[in-house]
Design a protein around this ligand. Structure first.
Ligand code: FMN
Length: 323
């Protein structure tokens, strides 16, 4: 059995599993490993310096001939404009934008044969993205790690499918970490999954020292939605730094000034060197609620294979329920 969906057809990939473009984490080793395993890797370029992006893309291409993508944040002033030529020149198959629809670059990307995806936390975000011409949407529920909204994945995905699923593939994200989540996403009408936190706990992920071990030990209630690191609502590991701003919200600055403030305070090293020493009790560690189910460091290819194999078993199980 193979899981063929509109997403696997559109992207010409084997499995409907996408590596989320996680800033600080989804660098060339992880991206190449997921693409090579038959999913699709997406570089988390929001934390990369402008000269770093073409280097990372070249390293992905050196490691795999399979398609891969790049993710940038529309809300970061100038980031998409600065990075988009590298995205095209570096041979990305897909471009995904977080925190806003990248309207100004969609036509250019299409003219260069790059498909465009948009992160959505509400139905109206998805409708607006599709009206602007994106090729697929990622519906991310509040359970997800990183910047996130308030609507839960299981409620959001079918409503986004109803709103735009006739026009474009819908990819489910937020709190999904295994084959049961993949099967559930397909049952909700999605065409694939966009997975973040599960891929942080892999050998290939880039991470500051202690981040992966923190995730392996954390329970499902160990995260919190906080503005403490960036100024926007972001699901992260609860730390002394988030606790402080829970008690002193009047000290919070708007995005992106709070990101600058947390960087100056020495608690935000997302994008820092792999294995960098940090104060893990205060550090910025975006993380989804699926974390309690993640207790083993794996190779990224094994995450993909296990997820697909388990989803196939779950689909057979669902078929057997029907008598
Ligand atoms: C460490 C980390 C960094 C992230 N950075 C970005 C980013 O730069 N751009 C983006 O679109 N989404 C970003 N996200 C959100 C992911 O793309 C994805 O939607 C989310 O991780 C899915 O939920 P999950 O973590 O429960 O799998 C990030 C998430 C994490 C955990």
């Amino acid at each position: 059995m193979a899981l063929r969906t509109r997403l696997t057809e559109l992207l010409d990939i084997e499995h409907p599993v996408m590596l989320a473009g996680m800033g600080g984490v989804s660098y060339h080793r992880l991206v190449a490993a997921v693409s090579e395993a038959g999913g699709i890797g997406t570089l988390g370029a929001s934390t990369m310096a402008p000269e770093e992006l073409p280097e990372e893309m070249a390293k992905v291409r050196a490691a795999t001939a399979k398609p891969f993508g790049v993710d940038l944040l529309t809300a970061m002033p100038g980031q998409v404009e600065r990075g988009i030529q590298s995205v095209i020149d570096g041979g990305a198959r897909i471009f995904v934008a977080g925190l806003g629809v990248p309207r100004e670059v969609i036509d250019l990307l299409h003219s260069k044969n790059v498909l465009v995806g948009s992160m959505c936390g509400k139905v109206r975000h998805a409708v607006s993205a599709v009206a602007s011409g994106v090729d697929f949407v990622v519906a991310q529920g509040t359970e997800g790690g990183g910047h996130t909204g308030t609507v839960a994945t299981i409620a959001l995905v079918p409503q986004v499918v109803d709103a735009v699923g006739a026009n474009v593939p819908v990819v489910a994200a937020g709190g999904l970490f295994d084959g049961r989540g993949l099967a559930a996403a397909l049952a909700l009408g999605a065409d694939g999954v966009w997975i973040g936190t599960r891929f942080i706990a892999t050998f290939e992920a880039r991470a500051v020292k202690g981040y992966k071990d923190t995730l392996l030990a954390l329970q499902e209630d160990g995260t919190v939605i906080s503005r403490a690191y960036t100024g926007k609502t972001c699901r992260v590991v609860r730390t002394e730094w988030t606790n402080h701003f829970d008690e002193h919200p009047e000290e919070l600055q708007p995005f992106p000034a709070q990101a600058v403030a947390s960087g100056r305070a020495g608690v935000n090293h997302l994008g820092g060197a792999d294995g960098l020493e940090v104060d893990i009790n205060r550090e910025f560690m975006p993380c989804g609620q699926g974390v309690g189910g993640i207790d083993e460091l794996l190779h990224a290819a094994d995450v993909v294979q296990q997820m697909v194999a388990e989803a196939e078993r779950m689909i057979e199980r669902m078929a057997a329920v029907r008598r």
